[in-house]
Design a protein around this ligand. Structure first.
Ligand code: HH2
Length: 307
């Protein structure tokens, strides 16, 4: 069994060398009219650039730009539409933003253009399954996040079904990692994500979060996106605009379970919580061994133990 903390304490790719010795925050910025949490807020390129710079200021380690909503029931958009939304923002960000830019897309035509425009990471909710996507990422040398989804956004929440959700998600992601390797994409360029809410019921999501540590033997870092999602609404009864506290709690749990990057809308709040988590984690590592063992059970995410 491999351990990603030995094999990939960094995520490396063309234009990216990200240390993952502490949890990292990926700020979400959707340039769409219809995203479930921030749809319509950042359609104007000027407003989007301001928001990206604000997230950088708040401590985002990466910014993830998306131009297609993949919320349940969403219809796909054309590559031309995605590019119309992305390119003006990417152009304006050049020279202004220091943190790496990730692009949330599945379309090889879009990937080619945004990589040429400086994107350092492709975040693909379809895990490079669209024809041509594997080749674009392989040839460009950029890093990639492979996300699990059962079905497609149009139908994924109709009747999600698993015999054993964690095992199935892990096996599926393992197959996508193998496809990457066969296409020439080294594991050091890859992250995986179980895809919370993508073809999963509340119970599936809860099992995955509780058992997140079992994905670690895939040998690459884990990225997790729970921010403001429906499962948090189901648990708290709160509207999408009022899920910051639940999102921060979910991000902390994900990190405790071994996630290296959390994808969030609320960067400042998440960073505050992670600072507290890190301080306690560092103090716990400094406790004398016997007392530490007595007081602190090994974290479920004992993968953090390398630092
Ligand atoms: N979730 C969404 C989009 N992209 N990428 C990864 N890797 N993991 C996720 O969980 C994930 C993702 C959905 O959230 P959002 O972008 O806020 O909404 P929408 O798809 O409606 O634009």
């Amino acid at each position: 069994m491999s351990d990603f903390f030995d094999t990939a304490p960094r995520l490396r790719g063309a234009g990216l060398n990200l240390a993952l010795d502490a949890p990292r925050v990926m700020g979400v910025l959707n340039l769409t009219p219809d995203s479930f949490a921030d749809g319509g807020s950042w359609l104007d390129p000027g407003a989007a650039v301001e928001r990206a710079l604000q997230m950088q200021e708040e401590g985002a380690d990466l910014i993830d730009l998306g131009a297609e909503s993949t919320r349940p029931g969403a219809a796909p958009v054309t590559a031309a539409t995605e590019l119309q939304r992305l390119v003006p923002v990417l152009e304006r960000l050049q020279g202004q933003i220091q943190v790496p830019i990730s692009i949330d897309t599945s379309q090889p035509e879009v990937m080619r253009v945004v990589i040429a425009a400086g994107a350092a990471l492709i975040n693909d909710v379809r895990a490079l399954r669209v024809a041509g996507a594997l080749d674009v990422v392989a040839e460009s040398g950029v890093a990639v996040c492979l996300m699990h989804m059962q079905g497609s956004p149009a139908d994924m929440q109709e009747a999600p079904h698993y015999a054993a959700v964690i095992d199935e998600v892990r096996a599926w992601l393992g197959e996508r990692l193998l496809a990457c390797r066969l296409a020439g994409i080294e594991p050091t360029r890859c992250m995986v994500d179980p895809g919370f809410g993508f073809g999963k019921t509340l119970q599936h999501n809860l099992h995955l979060l509780a058992g997140l540590g079992r994905l670690r033997d895939l040998g690459v870092p884990l990225l997790v996106g729970l921010s403001r999602k429906r499962m948090l609404g189901e648990l708290t009864g709160r509207a999408v605009t009022d899920r910051v506290h639940a999102s921060v709690a979910a991000a902390l749990i994900a990190v405790e379970q071994g996630a290296r990057i959390v994808r969030v809308h609320d960067v400042a709040a998440t960073q505050d919580a992670l600072r507290v988590w890190q301080a306690v984690h560092a103090a716990s590592a400094r406790l004398p061994a016997s007392r530490s063992a007595a007081r602190t059970p090994p974290p479920a995410a004992d993968g953090w133990g390398f630092d």
